[in-house]
Design a binder for this molecule. Structure first.
Ligand code: C2G
Length: 132
């Protein structure tokens, strides 16, 4: 069984997230997603609209996602790769190069980001539409 791993916040889920999850899952037989906890989001200077439990529920409903684990720290990736017997680590290419150190443990693939959509843009578009 070829096992895939990726990480993210996945707030206000959109087609960019789905494209990433779909392509990741299509590389193998099982996709684990390391979902950023609310505390880790703060370390990433992010404030999610949906809390961790709701973002987890939403991800677990996606047919491309087989398992969701919490992402608490930047340092847990090697442990997660080894503990989950991961073959391929995947991220969008806005992270290109950041996780090459994992090549010692698994294949590392960066997929092109989906252009024109982001959680930040969704929030901005809503706030301007509501003139807030
Ligand atoms: N993504 C994408 N296209 C977009 C938006 C996002 O391919 N238009 C990808 C990102 O590159 C990432 C994944 O979707 O691989 C999740 O995006 P975020 O929730 O923004 O994740 P991020 O905050 O980048 O967290 O340790 C890694 C971090 O937790 C990554």
């Amino acid at each position: 069984m070829k096992k895939i791993l990726t990480y993210g916040t996945f707030d206000l889920l959109h087609c960019g997230h789905i494209n990433l999850l779909k392509r990741a899952r299509e590389l193998g037989d099982h996709l684990t997603v390391g979902l950023s906890t609310d505390n880790f989001d703060m370390l990433k200077n992010k404030k999610s609209y949906h809390n961790y439990e709701h973002r987890k529920m939403i991800l677990e409903a996606i047919r491309f996602v087989d398992k969701v684990i919490p992402e608490h720290t930047w340092e847990q990736k090697v442990h997660d790769v080894l503990q989950n017997d991961i073959d391929i680590f995947v991220m969008g290419d806005d992270w290109k190069g950041h996780f090459d150190f994992l090549q010692e443990y698994c294949q590392v693939i960066y997929f092109p980001r989906t252009v024109g959509v982001s959680t930040t843009k969704i929030k901005k578009d809503f706030s301007s539409a509501l003139n807030v």
